[in-house]
Design a protein around this ligand. Structure first.
Ligand code: HEM
Length: 120
């Protein structure tokens, strides 16, 4: 049998979609960072997030968005903004009953991206 990928542990296509939807609801309730998304087409953003989470977790998807560096250029995102967004993702993972070890494995893949996302 094949080893399970992190993507499978997140629930595959359906799981990643549901995590993304919970994440977007959590984000939409956060006044600290909502202003960053005033111009955003949420349906497209949602699709890019799903693809990105899929690729980061080892799923067989094609990410059609910009690099993390280019996607966040000129946004002046702080470390606090980054931590807040990651916090909303952690909440979404908990809402979808993703176990701690799986949550931490995903966060370990995302954490290094801060270098491409903050303060530029
Ligand atoms: C682990 C952290 C993060 C990940 C994985 C991530 C991922 C992404 C992805 C996949 C896109 C889509 C790029 C595209 O459409 O080409 C995006 C866009 C964006 N992100 Fe992030 N992001 C993160 C953190 C943040 C933070 C902390 C902020 C600000 C508070 C932020 C604000 C934005 C904005 C404003 C966009 C553009 C949305 C638009 O199309 O209008 N991101 N991000």
């Amino acid at each position: 049998s094949q080893p399970t990928t992190l993507y499978q542990q997140l629930g595959g296509d359906k799981g990643v979609s549901m995590i993304t939807d919970d994440f977007l609801v959590n984000l939409s309730q956060d006044k600290r960072i909502l202003h960053h998304f005033e111009q955003t087409d949420i349906q497209i953003f949602r699709q890019r997030l799903i693809e990105h989470l899929c690729v980061v977790s080892g799923g067989e998807c094609v990410y059609q968005g910009a690099s993390m560096y280019n996607a966040h250029i000129g946004l002046h995102i702080s470390q606090a903004d980054f931590d807040a967004v990651v916090g909303h993702l952690i909440e979404a993972l908990k809402q979808q009953h993703i176990p701690l070890a799986t949550r931490n494995a995903l966060l370990a893949e995302l954490a290094p991206l801060y270098q491409d996302i903050i303060e530029h």
